[in-house]
Design a protein around this ligand. Structure first.
Ligand code: AMP
Length: 191
C-alpha cells in the first residue's frame, strides 16, 4: 500500500522477481484492458481518467479471477489492492477460499508534494491520462479518504510494515527486503 506515486509498482515488480512470484497490479490490469478495448476496460476508463476508484464489484471479480490461476499457488504480491474497506472483506473471502493468507502489508510512506512532482514527471515519460495535476490531487485525496484507513485495520492484525519510500529506488528495495525477511523468519518459512 501507499499513496499514488509512492513507487508501489516499481517495488512490487522487484520484490516479485526476487521471490519468484507474480505481481497482481489492479492498475496495470485495468490499463491493459483499456488498451485492448474490452468491455471491462471501457467501463473502467472513465473512473481511471477522473482519478476515481473503479467500482468494487468490477475490481473484486477481476482479482478473484487472477488469484485463482495456478501461478498464484506459491504466493503473490498485490499492488494497489485492496483499496477500500469492502475490498478488504472480499479479499479475506478469496483468501479463505484458497486457504491462503497475507504475510505482510507493506506501506510505502512519502510526502504528498514530492509525490505530485514525481507523478507529473511520470506523466511526461509514460503519457498516463490520469497524471495531470488536478487528477493527481484527486487521487491523493481519495487515497487519504478511502485507502489510508485500511492501514489501521491491517495494523490490528499485526501485518503492517511501514517503509520510508522517499529514498532512491535501490535503497527502498533494500528496506522492503529486510522488512519481508523479518516476516519470513518470524514465521519460520523461507522462500
Ligand atoms: P494505480 O496504477 O494502482 O494507481 O491504479 C490506476 C487506477 O486504476 C486507479 O486510480 C483506479 O482508477 C483504478 N484502480 C486500481 N486499483 C484499484 C482498486 N483496488 N480499486 C478501485 N480502483 C482501482
Amino acid at each position: 500500500m501507499g499513496p499514488p506515486g509512492s513507487g508501489k509498482g516499481t517495488q512490487a515488480t522487484r520484490i516479485a522477481e526476487a521471490y519468484g512470484v507474480p505481481t497482481i497490479s489492479t492498475g496495470d490490469i485495468f490499463r491493459a484492458k483499456v488498451a485492448a478495448g474490452t468491455p471491462l476496460g471501457l467501463s473502467a476508463k472513465a473512473y481511471m481518467d477522473a482519478g476515481e476508484y473503479v467500482p468494487d464489484h468490477i475490481t473484486d471479480a477481476m482479482v478473484r479471477d487472477r488469484l485463482s490461476r495456478p501461478d498464484c499457488e506459491r504466493g503473490f504480491i498485490l499492488d494497489g489492492y485492496p483499496r477500500t474497506l469492502a475490498q478488504v472483506g472480499e479479499l479475506d473471502s478469496m483468501l479463505a477460499d484458497q486457504a491462503a493468507r497475507i504475510d505482510a502489508v507493506v506501506v510505502l510512506n512519502a510526502d504528498a508534494e514530492q509525490l505530485i512532482e514525481r507523478m507529473l514527471n511520470r506523466a511526461l515519460a509514460e503519457g498516463r491520462a490520469d497524471d495531470t495535476e488536478d487528477v493527481i490531487r484527486r487521487r491523493l485525496a481519495i487515497y487519504a479518504e478511502q485507502t489510508a484507513p485500511l492501514i489501521a485495520l491491517y495494523a490490528t492484525r499485526g501485518l503492517v510494515e511501514e517503509i520510508d519510500g522517499t529514498g532512491k529506488v535501490d535503497h527502498v528495495t533494500g528496506l522492503l527486503d529486510s522488512a519481508l525477511m523479518r516476516r519470513v523468519s518470524v514465521r519460520g518459512e523461507v522462500g
